[in-house]
Design a protein around this ligand. Structure first.
Ligand SMILES: [Ca+2]
Ligand SMILES: [Ca+2]
Ligand SMILES: [Ca+2]
Ligand SMILES: [Ca+2]
Length: 564
């Protein structure tokens, strides 16, 4: 069974020693120089973040299963999803926790934490009934059957699993009955209503074809195995499931135009062409990314040729991990890449093509030394300008030392504050995000219900971190949508808020970041504005709701059709 592996491994090692490594090592010096410049302790200041996981009852640790074999999935870590388990409008947390490779399956593979409403969490994993039987990766939560209760999809190596929320905080595994069983290695997932029939469809990202038997060996030297990266593994096509509205799904990947092999690790909704329909961007690992334009009838046009490729340090497409979208100013797509590649930040240029503007936006230099997985737009200081949170951590401590002259796989997160003019400034070290860890997923939610977005990070083979936001002195508005004609979650709706003379636009989405999902309620920072002049909601159904003169500092729930 393992017969073919050593020879292929040897071939890879030989190929690298001839061609790739010398070039990579030459790059390492430049990368280290950039990395070292940003190091060192920085003073914390009021208004930043404070790590509170243990204090609020979140004691969750991810298990990679690593025992020295360096099987490929061990480096990918996992996601965290924010959802409302019990309908009390308080954000709850679901962590995908991984598992050991050996022996009997023990544990649930997830950690389910209910928000008590006082800023602390209760572990309700056992009572939830959620047990993921494979090697977990990601999650995505949405109410796929419009019954008012958030359901949950979990992805990973071995299969996807769908859990139907039956009320009372309990879930049932409906994977087989719903028709979404998948035997591959699934990663990100996005719920959205592609054909606007009121029911959420499911895009299930898949990565590469891997098994313990076909794991490849790449070596730095005769003693040191490192992860090979995606290049030698065959790609897997992602899958697209149409929601039939009766609790079951049909695989329509081919007929929808989405049967394109990739190595997907991130996917995000965006309105790429401004027609009000949610399009789909897929970040692939060392193969070109995909942009699928929604024709509105449940089928997609492949517009990937409009994405101008920026090759990475390995002479191929950059390693694409997490992705997120700034819905303002014609849209900006941020993508997490390998160390030495920098963040990608794609904007739609006047000629219709998407080009990387990361350097001009101020996102490139600070991100060049780090290896980025999760990326997330959120207005963390509530000034009305979206900021960018970036989770970093190398894939391999041995590779990090060899490639980047780095001390290990742990890296500090980055936080770029938006200036509001399409440019950003690195502010993480001054806002309390100073800890170094092997970051993977990141999600935002107002966990303590004080109006500002708090942050949740996952670490590969390490503890989850909760960063409480101490933003102060600024006003805010939370908006949760309830669809009636549209899907009940309002996913794909575009919300425009005007306050203090500034207008902000956001889409309600699932997916984004890395294997994770933020709170679906939208959190708008309003700066000094105590009143919102206007809210306009454009629903996936095409209906519009308009609300005027709303006091700040509250969480609003708006039903479709309530303010026509
Ligand atoms: Ca439901
Ligand atoms: Ca649908
Ligand atoms: Ca901001
Ligand atoms: Ca908060």
């Amino acid at each position: 069974m393992f017969g073919a592996v050593p020879s292929l491994g040897a071939r890879l090692t030989a190929g690298m020693s001839r061609g790739r490594w010398p070039r990579l090592l030459a790059l390492a010096a430049a990368v280290c120089a950039a990395a070292c410049a940003g190091r060192g302790p920085a003073p914390e200041r009021a208004g930043g973040f404070e790590e509170v996981a243990a204090a609020v009852g979140v004691r969750v640790t991810h298990t990679s299963g690593a025992t020295g074999r360096k099987w490929y999935p061990e480096t990918f870590g996992s996601g965290v999803c924010v959802t409302d388990l019990d309908g009390d409008d308080r954000p709850d947390l679901i962590f995908v926790t991984g598992r050991s490779w050996d022996g009997e399956v023990t544990g649930a593979g997830v950690a389910v934490l209910r928000n008590r409403g006082d800023g602390t969490f209760a572990d309700v994993t056992a009572a939830s009934g959620i047990r993921y039987p494979f090697y977990g990766m990601g999650c995505a939560a949405a109410d796929y059957d419009n019954d008012g209760r958030d359901d949950l999809l979990v992805t990973g190596d071995g299969g996807a699993a769908l859990f139907h929320n039956v009320g009372g905080g309990r879930f049932e595994d409906v994977t087989a009955r719903a028709g979404v069983a998948d035997a591959g290695w699934s990663t990100c997932a996005v719920w959205f209503d592609a054909d606007a029939d009121g029911f959420l469809d499911l895009f299930l990202c898949r990565y590469v074809q891997w098994s313990a038997e076909t794991d490849l060996t790449c070596r730095l030297d005769p003693q040191t195995k490192v992860f090979c990266g995606p290049d030698p593994y065959p790609p897997s096509a992602s899958r697209f499931f149409h929601n039939l509205g009766d609790g079951t799904f049909q695989d329509v990947t081919e007929s929808a135009g989405l049967a394109k092999p990739g190595k997907a690790l991130g996917a995000a909704l965006l309105d790429a062409d401004g027609d009000g329909r949610a399009d789909l961007f897929v970040a692939n690992d060392q193969v070109p990314n995909s942009l699928f334009r929604n024709r509105g009838d449940g089928t997609f046009a492949d517009d990937s040729a409009a994405l101008v490729l920026t090759p990475g340090r390995f002479g191929m497409a950059r390693a694409g991990m997490g992705v997120d979208v700034d819905d303002e100013a014609g849209g900006g797509i941020v993508i997490g890449h390998f160390s030495g590649e920098g963040l990608g930040f794609f904007r739609h240029d006047a000629d219709g093509r998407w080009r990387d503007h990361a350097r001009a936006a101020g996102l490139f230099d600070a991100s060049l030394p780090v290896l980025t997985f999760g990326v997330l737009f959120a207005d963390v200081d509530l000034d009305g300008r979206l900021d960018l949170v970036v989770a970093n951590g190398h894939v391999d401590a041995d590779l990090a030392r060899s490639l980047d002259g780095d001390v290990g796989a742990e890296e500090r997160p980055l936080l770029f504050r938006g200036r509001g003019d399409g440019t950003y400034v690195d502010a993480g070290a001054t806002m309390g995000l100073t800890a170094r860890f092997v970051g993977r997923g990141v999600a935002a939610a107002d966990l303590d219900l004080d109006g500002d977005p708090d942050l949740v990070f996952t670490e590969n083979n390490g503890p989850a971190r909760i960063y409480r936001n101490h933003a102060s002195g600024a006003h805010w508005l939370g908006i949760r949508l309830v669809g009636t004609t549209s899907n009940r979650d309002g996913i794909g709706a575009m919300v425009t808020v005007t306050a203090g003379g500034r207008t902000q636009t956001r889409m309600v989405r699932t997916g984004s970041s890395y294997l994770s999902q933020s709170e679906r309620a939208l959190l708008f920072g309003l700066g000094p504005a105590e009143n919102v002049e206007q809210i306009v909601i454009r629903w996936p159904s095409g209906r519009l709701d308009r609300l005027g003169s709303i006091p700040a500092d509250q969480r609003l729930t708006v039903s479709e059709g309530s303010h026509p």
